[in-house]
Design a binder for this molecule. Structure first.
Ligand SMILES: [Zn+2]
Length: 688
């Protein structure tokens, strides 16, 4: 969560505590004297972060102590709201520091990150494990029905209570020691799992006849598998990749066995029958059954298309080897090679033909145009506002006459920026109490604070004679991140921790992915994709090629993704402790779903990091889940015959405005008028 705000009251208290001139110069220790209270980027220096972090943690600890030591009985105001609005300085410095460490990195920033990470982790634990604080939250929670709370306040209370409970605050005393031991062991195992994958990946490198090397990093390995004509060599390199960590020095199989069982035990202590039940309780999906329903709805159609793809490649292989098709079998190491050859033959897009229609400025204007037609928003570039880098462009976002947010767009690579594309916030929208000493239930006592949003990408830089020209994937990326930005910009919530993008993991990609649908719709493309030299709109023939390229290879891509998602669920829905041999487990479960032998799970268990280390345990389904939602959501507009249908736009805007103040699935149904159906996704993938 990244939220920032500074308050007159807090700043005065803080300044009174400042010991010396140096503290007085630290811009984090005073109000930003900037338009819209944008962080005072020009004055922030690296030496300001650590003192601000330390002071921020100290302040929040003092605020927590004050809640705990309050002689008055716990109330929503003196406990929940006091907790919700604690840590303002810490939030502010964290947002600036962690956003800039991604796009303005330096050895100094890295050193600070290393120094502050363990301190923040301890600070977070001190709060999460504060029994006296939880006792007060629980006391308020237990009387929640009689407090006269509005729905948003009720949800805030439930959220904080649940967060503590999920962290183990309610675990009976006689099981607490074991619970803590489980957390420590799980953390240790996940770390070792990741190290093994990294080491096994780095341990392999093969010199090729042409002098180049193939490694097991995806960006090197995959193009090799797609282009290497030597079948035996493909087989060897495929095995090197897929046999990682299954035995020997970097063996992860025993770690999986232990990890899956320990996670089951921890879920049981927390009162859930399986680890998946515990994870999903905090997501939209809610139950394993709902996840299986979602995955199974796509499985058979995907498998059917995958088999058609297989038959094509099988024939190509037979013709290459000059043997009858029935005499040999396509192998997993053949798949990518023939898929790529077929793609180049039938569906290849000529980059030089596509890019001139997707000039960065046209695509950005296209995204702005869609937001304008749907929600009436306007975007005006402001060159007079503070900025953290001369390359970051700043836009004032207005709804009618009213400024609703500030949007930074930072498009091109530089040495200090990490790769990829993302959206984040320097400050989230929320309502700020006018008097933090006296927190009330009355929303009149709060004033709206507008969000400051950042979108960061790594698109090709313009040159002297050519603007930045995007390929189609990059254009979709821009619309995607802009969709996240709209979620932050349109937020209309009161409490910071429920506002904007602070929604469950299987919901947060809906606002972003849905925007990609407008990006790729022929009617919309005609509106924004204009040749950068001639101004001519994109030709129909090129649109048709882009559409065909987008559905090509979906059988394989969907099947391997679903296989991995189902495998993830199979591990984490075990209800009894048991010895698990991951290789046998995987084999058995892949057979059960009827996966064809030419395809394997996108990740084999011993290197399936998502479900062991990176927080996607019982969560790998989210990709499919959100895709169903975004396709179904856009389908509402398509079905209505108006891609900018005002009535639907109004309803979808309500979903974006509501953050996590309402159960997101209820928001979805209110928009769509029914439960999401997988039909639109199947149609988009060419599987209907
Ligand atoms: Zn995203």
């Amino acid at each position: 969560m990244k939220r920032t705000l500074i308050l007159a009251a807090a700043a005065i208290v803080l300044l009174a505590g400042c010991k010396n001139k140096k503290d007085m110069d630290n811009p984090f220790f005073s109000e930003w004297n900037t338009p819209y209270e944008i962080p005072d980027f020009g004055r922030i220096k690296t030496e300001h972060y650590m003192p601000a972090f330390r002071e921020g943690m100290k302040q929040q600890q003092a605020e927590i102590d004050a809640i705990v030591n309050n002689p008055e009985a716990p109330t929503f105001e003196n406990t929940i709201l006091a907790f919700e609005y604690s840590g303002q300085l810490l939030n502010e410095v964290s947002a600036v520091f962690f956003n800039l460490s991604e796009c303005e990195n330096s050895p100094e920033m890295e050193a600070i990150e290393e120094e502050v990470t363990p301190l923040l982790s301890k600070h977070g634990d001190d709060i999460a494990l504060n029994a006296a604080l939880f006792a007060r939250i629980k006391a308020v929670y237990d009387q929640r029905e009689s407090l006269g709370l509005n729905p948003e306040q009720m949800r805030l209370l439930e959220k904080h209570y649940k967060d503590f409970v999920r962290g183990g605050a309610n675990v009976p005393a006689d099981q607490q020691e074991r619970f803590r031991e489980l957390n420590t062991r799980i953390a240790d195992l996940t770390m070792r799992f990741a190290q093994n994958v990294l080491k096994a990946t780095n341990a392999y490198s093969k010199e090729l006849p042409d002098g180049t090397k193939v490694t097991l990093d995806m960006p090197t390995w995959e193009p090799f598998m797609q282009t290497c004509p030597d079948r035996a060599l493909r087989e060897e390199v495929w095995h090197a990749f897929t046999d990682r960590c299954k035995e020997g020095e970097f063996d992860n199989t025993k770690i999986i066995d232990t990890l899956v069982n320990l996670r089951l035990e921890r879920a049981n202590i927390l009162g859930f029958p399986t680890h998946a039940d515990w994870v999903l309780d905090d997501c939209l999906a809610k139950t394993p059954a709902a996840v299986y329903d979602c995955l199974n709805a796509i499985w058979n159609p995907a498998l059917k298309v995958a088999k058609q793809e297989r038959d094509i490649y099988q024939k190509m292989l037979a013709s290459d080897l000059r043997v009858p098709t029935s005499d040999l079998r396509l192998q997993p190491w053949d798949w990518r090679y023939y898929a790529e050859r077929y793609r180049v033959e039938k569906y290849a897009l000529d980059d030089a033909e596509v890019r001139p229609y997707f000039c960065l400025d046209s695509v950005r204007e296209g995204a702005f145009m869609v937001a304008n037609r749907l929600y009436g928003l306007t975007f005006t570039e402001r060159t007079d506002l503070p900025t953290y880098d001369p390359e970051a462009r700043c836009f004032e976002v207005k709804d009618g006459e009213q400024t609703i947010g500030i949007l930074y767009m930072d498009f091109h690579p530089r040495a200090s920026k990490r790769s990829g594309a993302w959206m984040t916030e320097f400050r989230g929208q929320h309502r700020q109490p006018l008097n933090t000493e006296h927190l009330t239930l009355n929303t009149e006592d709060y004033e709206n604070v507008i969000p400051i949003i950042q979108v960061v990408c790594n698109f090709t830089k313009p040159t002297e004679d050519k603007p930045s020209l995007l390929n189609f994937d990059e254009s979709e990326t821009l619309f995607h991140e802009f969709g996240h930005a709209l979620h932050g910009l349109l937020s209309k919530c009161t409490y910071p921790s429920l506002a904007g993008t602070n929604v469950p993991r299987d919901f947060v990609e809906l606002p972003s992915q849905v925007m990609e649908n407008w990006c790729r719709h022929p009617q919309v493309m005609k509106l924004y994709a204009h040749h950068y030299q001639t101004g001519a709109p994109i030709p129909d023939e090129l649109i048709r090629k882009i559409e065909a390229a987008a559905t090509y290879g979906q059988g394989f891509a969907t099947t391997e993704l679903l296989a991995a998602s189902l495998l993830d669920m199979d591990y984490y829905t075990i209800t009894e402790k048991q010895h698990i041999d991951p290789l046998a487990f995987e084999e058995e479960h892949m057979q059960k779903i009827g996966l064809i032998p030419e395809i394997i799970s996108r990740y084999r268990s011993p290197y399936f990091q998502h479900i062991c280390t990176t927080g996607y345990d019982a969560g790998y389904y989210s990709y499919t889940w959100t895709a169903i939602l975004d396709a179904d959501a856009f389908d509402a507009f398509a079905e209505s015959g108006d891609l900018f249908n005002p009535e639907l736009a109004k309803k979808f805007r309500h979903l974006l405005e509501s953050g996590n103040t309402v159960e997101p699935m209820d928001l979805y149904r209110a928009f769509r008028g029914k439960d999401p159906s997988p039909k639109a996704l199947l149609k988009r993938k060419g599987m209907l």
